[in-house]
Design a protein around this ligand. Sequence first.
Ligand code: UDP
Ligand code: MG
Length: 312
Amino acid sequence: MSDALYDLTLVVPCYNEADNIPLFYKTATECFEQAGVGIEIVFVNDGSQDGTAQLLRRVVESARGKHAVQAIDFSRNFGKEAAMLAGLREATGDYLVLMDADLQHPPTLLPRMYRILRDSGGALDLCGARRRGRAGEGKIRACLSRGFYKVWNSLTGMETASGEGDFRMMRRCVADAILQLGESNRYTKGIFAYVGFRTSWIEYENVARSIGESKWNLRGLLRNAAQGIFAFSDAPLKIAGPLGTGLVFLSVLTLLLPQTQHAIICLPLLLSGLQLLVLQAIGSYLARAYWEIKQRPVYIVRERGAQERRNS
Ligand code: UDP
Ligand code: MG
């Protein structure tokens, strides 16, 4: 018998989502109104500046006696990865789902995902919802994103695809496995691929954000992509070997050529460029090791708002 307090916990990271939270809350709670499923919602306010904290306090108050709602308020913006980790740590449900507050992860899919997992009788551990298109997203972002997953898969030997985001419902055993990974440089999509488990996917048409803007700019996306690679693959560290061997052959070849003036100018530039690139890769791992050794908390909680637990 499970001793979980709730059937399902929704973990919702929020950064400047005051305009979206009321509709999110209404839609998510209505989905389960008739279903007899006890839900808990854990909102994590990731240092918003737009009144999200105050709004969440009101949501917690107004939900009293009706729904179990927790609001964790970070001391500043620590990023979505930290917010998801905090939510998973606080969640008490038998099943847990990670989802965005901006309704791009449609709450209306939740009952279906829940049924798939529950009715599988333990054969499935995860049910992910995968976007079909990329409507409302810039062409450059969509293209970079597709290319990135191809590179990531080949470097890590694991599988993740464009469109497969963090919107996944999981059994408690999956969340426990995710929480065992103690690294502070987190990349949840990679973590899902790493922990494995039996997963089923459903598809949904991509929904454009109705209110507010995506928090991702090109720089943020590139940083996230680098994080994904450096956290799950050591291939860039090993590139120096094959690169050096290739260059030794190249330099021998240039000696055999009749006209070597071009090579004399070009080769030193090429070599120093490549050396700097390799140094950059080594530096990236060193920097990550440096941050891990510090063992700083991934986030700092300023305040917690919650009602009394259901059976306490
Ligand atoms: N988010 C967060 N902290 C951040 C950035 C985003 O908690 O620093 C939350 C945000 O409020 C939303 C989710 O993460 O609920 C996804 O963010 P966004 O919609 O900006 O990403 P996109 O959908 O464009 O990938
Ligand atoms: Mg979004």
